[in-house]
Design a protein around this ligand. Structure first.
Ligand code: FAD
Length: 292
């Protein structure tokens, strides 16, 4: 099922992001965690992809497993940084062969191990080029892309970032999922500016439940997200008590989602970090709203 068709439903719904194992040794534990998440029957599950292609095979194995065992629609991520057109073409063929109907087309970031490498053989600069290649090779695949309510870190300003985002949509990107954010006003502001810039595809807000204090620094470093004082106070107060921090982080994410629903958003994507208990608790907190 295409994500864009799912998004046409006005019923409130959530989906989860999971990540694949780095290698075969971790496959079983990741498979078990992602199956528990799929058992929650989210509207879809997205499976991330290691930039540079490290986890490509694992991404498809996890996505295929969820789809075939639980009938949950899946969205396979694909990055193009440090890749050749030939490698990407093979990946697209593998996605088609696996019957995965949705792809998240991403540029990715240059992996640390490739910093300073000779980039002569790299065929892609931006995700919009990947979107064009997927569209040409697999016109039936529904293509998603990433967007950044607080601006992508490499962009000079929001005007430029939105202009590039519009190019990505015009290349064939049919929906967008946001980077994590911890203040919903940033999302509302972004939605307004995106519409003003002529970006009319559905935008799915991405919510990251922060359930331990160590995650905070990593999340900010990765996303550059603004941390509201309300969230910082929560980490100050409960950060040294793992069980309390987990409960508070789940409550904060739930609160963000309820506010999004209350303000007219029908679908929210949750970065589950492969934690079925966190995903399940958030879903339970929303059970009446989701009709589950
Ligand atoms: P792009 O859309 O190419 O944008 C990157 C930058 O280039 C932006 O600043 C943009 O404004 C600029 N730009 C675009 N076009 C042009 C142009 N023509 N001229 C000048 N500048 C331009 N990473 C992974 O490795 N694996 C994943 O599975 C993964 N999943 C993600 C899921 C989501 C929802 C999000 C938000 C991010 C994800 N990422 C993932 C991280 C992502 O790869 C990085 O944020 C990366 O830095 C940018 O990828 P992009 O696809 O947004 O790039």
């Amino acid at each position: 099922m295409k994500i864009t068709d799912l998004l046409k439903d006005s019923k409130l719904s959530i989906s989860f992001e999971v990540f694949p194992p780095k290698d075969d040794t971790a496959f079983e534990s990741v498979r078990a965690a992602t199956e528990e998440i799929a058992r929650l029957c989210p509207s879809f599950v997205s499976v991330t992809y290691g930039a540079g292609g490290g986890t490509g095979r694992q991404t498809l194995k996890i996505a295929e497993n969820i789809k075939s065992k639980f009938g949950v629609p899946t969205l396979a991520h694909l990055t193009c940084v440090a890749s050749t057109r030939e490698t990407v073409a093979k990946r697209i063929e593998a996605i088609k062969a696996a019957g995965i109907g949705n792809v998240m087309a991403l540029r990715g970031d240059v992996p640390a191990g490739l910093a300073g490498a000779d980039t002569g053989s790299w065929d892609y600069k931006y995700a919009s080029e990947l979107v064009r290649d997927i569209k040409a090779a697999a016109p039936d695949i529904c293509i998603g892309g990433a967007c950044y309510p607080e601006i992508h870190p490499e962009s000079r300003n929001q005007h430029d970032d939105l202009a590039h985002l519009k190019e990505k949509v015009e290349a064939g990107c049919e929906f967008l999922t946001t980077q994590m954010f911890f203040d919903n006003n940033l999302l509302y502001n972004f939605l307004y500016k995106a519409l003003e810039a002529g970006i009319k595809v559905p935008v799915i807000p991405g919510i990251m439940p922060i359930t331990n204090a160590n995650q905070v620094e990593r999340a900010i470093k990765l996303s550059g997200s603004f941390m509201p004082q309300r969230f910082k106070s929560l980490v100050d107060r409960f950060g040294s008590d793992p069980a309390a921090m987990k409960q508070a982080g789940i409550a904060y994410a739930t609160d963000q989602i309820i506010d999004l629903f209350a303000n007219g958003i029908n679908h929210v994507h949750i970065y589950s970090m492969n934690k079925p208990d966190v995903a399940g608790s958030i879903q339970a907190n929303l059970s009446e709203m989701l009709g589950k």
